[in-house]
Design a protein around this ligand. Structure first.
Ligand SMILES: C[S@@+](CC[C@H](N)C(=O)[O-])C[C@H]1O[C@@H](n2cnc3c(N)ncnc32)[C@H](O)[C@@H]1O
Length: 193
């Protein structure tokens, strides 16, 4: 199930990436990422959410698109340089709170109506991901949604392939699966509490 020994994925690995490149995955300029964000936003079950949580927010490109649909959005990342950029990017949306946090160490104690798990699941071993997923499910309000989206390519930095991430989520989330889509390059699945 693992993709082998991942090259990186420690907090230091991600911080170094952002120190060397302001947008390592070209989230801001890529047509593919624009299409992926549109597909994620289209897959959401509601037009508006009270509170949302987006771990692994990177430089805030998805956060700024999600912000107008939320009363409150907590956007976190393990890399301080990414969070600094996300903070700047989200400045026009006072409902966004950004924070440096490692999802494997810190699950928020708040309750959310939406949790977005996008392109982050493959940085964990399957046991750790399962534990994280179960903890996240406990932070959802009744009727709350968890939406996961992952790229289906291969990377030396990944511990799990995107399909395996979604397999672990299907197995471990104590939530009702609602809908999903599998595109050539990424997949999306959404569950509800
Ligand atoms: C590929 S980017 C995805 C960004 C965004 N979610 C998206 O879909 O466009 C993965 C992000 O997850 C962050 N990350 C990796 N491991 C993390 C962890 N344990 N806790 C919080 N963030 C983490 C990285 O720093 C990076 O910014």
């Amino acid at each position: 199930m693992t993709t082998g020994a991942a090259r990186g994925s420690s907090p230091q690995f991600f911080e170094r990436l952002y120190q060397n490149h302001s947008d390592p995955w070209h989230f801001a300029g890529s047509a593919y990422e624009r299409g992926r964000y549109a597909a994620i936003l289209h897959m959401l079950g509601r037009a508006h959410y009270g509170s949302a949580f987006e771990p692994g927010c990177s430089i805030g490109e998805l956060s700024v698109q999600l912000a107008p649909r939320c009363d409150r959005l907590l956007a976190t990342d393990v890399a301080p340089s990414a969070v600094a950029r996300a903070t700047q990017r989200c400045q026009p949306w006072p409902q966004v709170r950004t924070q440096v946090a490692d999802l494997q160490q810190q699950i928020p104690t708040d309750y959310f109506d939406l949790i977005l798990l996008c392109e982050i699941g493959y940085y964990f071993e399957s046991t750790a991901l399962c534990h994280i997923a179960q903890q996240l499910a406990q932070r959802l309000n009744p009727g709350g949604e968890l939406l996961a989206s992952h790229w289906l390519g291969h990377s030396a930095d990944h511990r799990l392939h995107g399909d395996d991430v979604h397999g672990v989520l299907h197995r471990c989330l104590p939530l009702r699966w609602q809908r999903g889509s599998r595109e050539p390059m990424f997949r999306i699945d959404a569950w509800e509490r």
